[in-house]
Design a protein around this ligand. Structure first.
Ligand code: 5GP
Ligand code: MG
Ligand code: MG
Length: 178
């Protein structure tokens, strides 16, 4: 699997450093509250597992799985819920945990949906951010690393469902795409 990787974008050590920093910020901002941390499946599982170890205040965990509707090659911005939350978010502080923020269409729809369910507050934490690819006005309050517009895999992120189990984040060799 490692021989498919062209370059390392974030090493295991760098990922842990980002998790530590973000966990500390979240701890300070949510001290005395009990936010619900919502992991977006499946990409966020590793990041969620590592990040929450560095959050030193009470939290609850929940998950959502969504798929984007595609009109042609472009995402339409609508999402279909494949797995919904098992907790009510009404009047709760919610932190969405994402692997990567790209165009923003997926997260924008999720945020709209949860606001409609009358959350008290909602913020996003994403390990990776590709700001150059943004199509809708949405930003994450907590960002691990801003990266250029290159397709990355590993640490939860897939290419055709593979490479999620790679312990670091990297780019694929071009021959893998063919
Ligand atoms: P958005 O709606 O922001 O365009 O889509 C974000 C989703 O697209 C992410 O949650 C992720 O599943 C997928 N995605 C975006 N960029 C990448 C990438 O570089 N690598 C992988 N593996 N998935 C990506
Ligand atoms: Mg995702
Ligand atoms: Mg994917």
């Amino acid at each position: 699997m490692n021989d498919s990787i062209k370059s390392v974008v974030l090493s295991e050590e760098q990922i842990q450093e980002r998790c530590k920093t973000l966990g500390k910020q979240i701890t300070e901002d949510y001290n005395g509250k009990t936010p619900i941390c919502v992991g977006i499946l499946k990409g966020s599982i590793m990041f969620m597992a590592d990040l929450v170890k560095y959050i030193d205040t009470h939290i609850e965990l929940d998950f959502m799985d969504v798929s984007s509707y595609h009109g042609g090659t472009e995402s339409t911005g609508e999402v279909k819920i494949l797995k919904d939350l098992s907790t009510s978010v009404e009047n709760r502080d919610v932190i969405i945990i994402e692997d990567i923020l790209e165009t923003g269409t997926t997260l924008n729809s999720i945020v709209d949906l949860l606001k409609y369910r009358n959350v008290k507050s909602i913020e996003i934490v994403t390990l990776l951010d590709k700001p150059m690819k943004r199509k809708v006005a949405i930003e994450a309050k907590y960002v691990g690393e801003k990266i250029p517009d290159e397709f990355v895999v590993g640490y939860g992120l897939d290419f055709a469902e593979k490479y999620r189990n790679l312990p670091y984040i990297g780019t694929l060799k071009p021959e893998i795409y063919q």
